[in-house]
Design a protein. Structure first.
Ligand SMILES: Nc1ncnc2c1ncn2[C@@H]1O[C@H](COP(=O)(O)OP(=O)(O)OP(=O)(O)O)[C@@H](O)[C@H]1O
Length: 241
């Protein structure tokens, strides 16, 4: 479904941050990206979400070469690939439910962006999605009262309600207590497997990646040093990070 071929990112007058990254991912996979600080994890996500230009390489989604297809293909990708920052921007005065219903700029009609008006079907869809990410009991809480992890999950629910098929999230559980982090990763994995959504997450802890991800990509100094499926890392692989 997603095929990344020879992705290269060079900062103008600066370093090469990603070099010759090639991998594929299937529908409904949860993929963890691991690597030391500065290895290029955030840049990889930003490049996949087209938040950064590519210096080289090609991106194929469902058989379409995105860079060759021009603006319409990119627009489709911006709609379908949700890039979630470490601290997603939510309206603090709106409830979790309203924030879920009102999407980001590429996903929401202008009148809904301004007014927050919703239809009944949309309302039920958003409640379903909040339930799937384990937040039904917080649906009517103002987002300013939610924890960092809960806000991340509202952002995930919002992306899913607005038709995201791929979610790119940078350290979605960093800073949470281990128990909460594991519960969230469990919810996210269920969403992948039941909704056919692909998630590519930067995860800082090896054991979370090993326990929850279907695949693990390892980055070191901008290079992909391993791409493993369905098993734990070997000692040698750990040393590569
Ligand atoms: N605009 C930029 N100009 C120069 N260097 C940059 C720029 N953006 C990123 N870099 C460099 O690219 C490298 C990778 O950055 P990136 O943020 O992707 O790392 P990371 O693996 O996500 O790190 P961390 O775990 O600390 O967040 C770093 O060395 C960073 O300094």
């Amino acid at each position: 479904m997603i095929k990344v071929m020879h992705l290269m990112k060079k900062i103008p007058n600066g370093p090469t941050v990603l070099n010759d990254i090639t991998f594929q991912s299937g529908r409904g996979e949860l993929i963890a990206v691991m690597g030391a600080s500065g290895s290029g994890k955030s840049m990889l996500l930003r490049c996949l979400g087209l938040r950064e230009s590519w210096s080289g390489g090609s991106l194929w989604v469902d058989g379409t070469d995105i860079f060759r297809k021009g603006y319409t293909a990119k627009l489709k990708l911006w709609r379908e690939f949700a890039y979630l920052e470490e601290k997603p921007a939510l309206n603090p005065n709106r409830t979790a439910l309203k924030n879920t219903l009102v999407g980001t700029r590429y996903q929401t009609p202008w009148w809904r962006m301004l007014t927050g008006m919703v239809r009944n079907d949309d309302y039920m869809g958003a409640m379903d999605m909040l339930e799937k990410v384990g937040l039904l009991d917080k649906a009517h809480a103002k987002s300013s009262t939610l924890s960092g992890g809960e806000r991340q999950r509202v952002a995930v629910a919002r992306a899913l309600v607005h038709g995201a098929r791929v979610i790119l999230a940078d350290e979605p559980v960093t800073g949470l207590d281990p128990h909460a982090a594991e519960a969230i990763l469990n919810d996210l994995r269920n969403v992948c497997h039941t909704q056919g959504v692909t998630m590519i997450l930067v995860l800082s802890q090896n054991d979370w990646a090993e326990r929850f991800a279907d695949r693990i990509l390892g980055l070191n100094e901008g290079e992909l040093v391993f791409d493993i499926t369905g098993r734990r890392l070997t000692q040698r692989e750990r040393m590569l990070l």
